[in-house]
Ligand binder design. Sequence first.
Ligand code: ARG
Length: 594
Amino acid sequence: MKKFLDLISEEMKTAFEKSGYDGDLGRVTLSNRPDLCEFQCNGAMAGAKKYHKAPIMIANEVAENLKDSTVFSQVNAVAPGFLNLKVTEAFLKEYLEEMQSTDKFGLQMPEHPRKIMVDYGGPNVAKPLHVGHLRSAIIGESIKRICRFAGHEVIGDIHLGDWGLQMGLIITELRLRQPDLIYFDETYEGEYPKEAPFTISELEEIYPTASAKSKEDAEYKAQAMEDTYRLQNGVPGIRALWHHIMNVSIADLKKNYAALNVEFDLWKGESDVHDMIPAMVEKMKKDGFAHESEGALVVDVKEETDTKEIPPCMILKSDGASLYNTTDLATIVDRMETYQPDKLIYLADKRQDLYFEQVFRCARKTGLVKPETELIHIGFGTMNGKDGKPFKTRDGGVMRLEYLIREINQEMYRKIAENKSMDEEEAKKTSEVVALSAVKYGDLSNQASKDYIFDIDRFTSFEGDTGPYILYTIVRIKSILNKYKEMKGGLTDDEVKKNVAIGEAVNPSEKDFMLEITKFNAMLEAAYEEVAPHKICAYIYDLANAFNHFYHETKILTEEDERKKSGWIALLLLTKDVLEICIDLLGFSAPDRM
Ligand code: ARG
């Protein structure tokens, strides 16, 4: 389905051509002066030079040619040559009718769907999730859903950090605490126990302890590096222990991500590509891309046009150990071989900008990807506390995601429980749903690259540009629809849909509301192309505002004119569906009441 602005631009284009001017001048945009008009066209101004004519003369001629337009109800040529436009109620109504009956509300599906992989989440095994991982999960999940809705084949991969020094640290600490564990007996050849010799809470305590020790104790650190080496080189007992760490940790991660409504298609990690590194490195050497520099193996990635220094991409350290880069490059090899994606989207802190620039250049230069494969890093900003500094716990530690979520749930519960008609169970469930909207909307409504302040009071407010406000609006619509169904003797949703039809707007607030709805397909196309979930937030916020304005001016259920009432109910149904699709794309849902 065509976009609303494109459709009305076509009408304008024809009028320019009829008047003897270039049709391209007929591009219509949203109005800069909503007090005067809904849309505007500045083509006459642009055409003045070319046609050596006063713009107002051109504008007048075009306006004359639109006198009988079924699209425009108002075409005012105003000095010095703007065309101020309003669309007809009938045209607007037809557009919404078509939107309602078209799959995905008229979003155009791609002729050639692409295969897209989204690398997000990126937690590190055995380290508790902290707020830094929250943004990756929230934004990545939304991007995945947007790409899928836009008609592409999308695979989300968590890309676990499961292979580095943190694993060695845990193993070293475990050996210290439980030296008799069978895993450390190198002469042992039997089967290893099925049960892990630790719980998740122990694991979460072990890592920070070990990490702190390694910073003070060089011998301890050397031991951890040794254990990392043993793990990576397949010492059976160490591998068996690692599998336990993985299983315990992944079970916990799954629980945490499920609570965030975040779902991965693949649970691959750095360890999965370990065995692919030697062949990849060999090839890079053989093709003449990798060379030695100060003992290390590097690939130069600087380009003549660079305005800043881009250091070489290090492939192997001087001791032959691989790095974060190496795993990311080998992961690209794996992804290209196994899935052949057209596009790879990475979610990681924007402080990793340079890092990804190096990795992407290296992947291109060494031919790991096709020239047309798109590599995109969405570098997100920091989530700060009210003091403008990275979010911390009250005592200054790194805020664990679980605690943060718990805090918001409690705050939300306090608000929801004020609604006395809900029992405790429902209030608890509802507050979790609403709290998730607060966190996700609070994050996604900012452009990803920007830092933002995590403000619990603002995010959980039922008013303003917040998730709970959007949910509140949806709940309000649902409640009107339910009352309508009751009034009609208990109609089902489907029966209502069959019985109502969108009508022509009867007042300005209804028309504004309808005009907001029409922006859906253009907005979603932009959200996909620009990888920008915040566009969905902006759209639903405007739409919710337009609806609420209309609602305050219109007595919907007590309206006596059945035709009018039916038109409004139809409009509400469409709005509810659109809003619910949008919040699903953002990764949260609405309760039935709140
Ligand atoms: N595990 C990394 C971290 O915690 C994030 C991984 C991002 N993805 C990637 N392919 N490098 O910082």
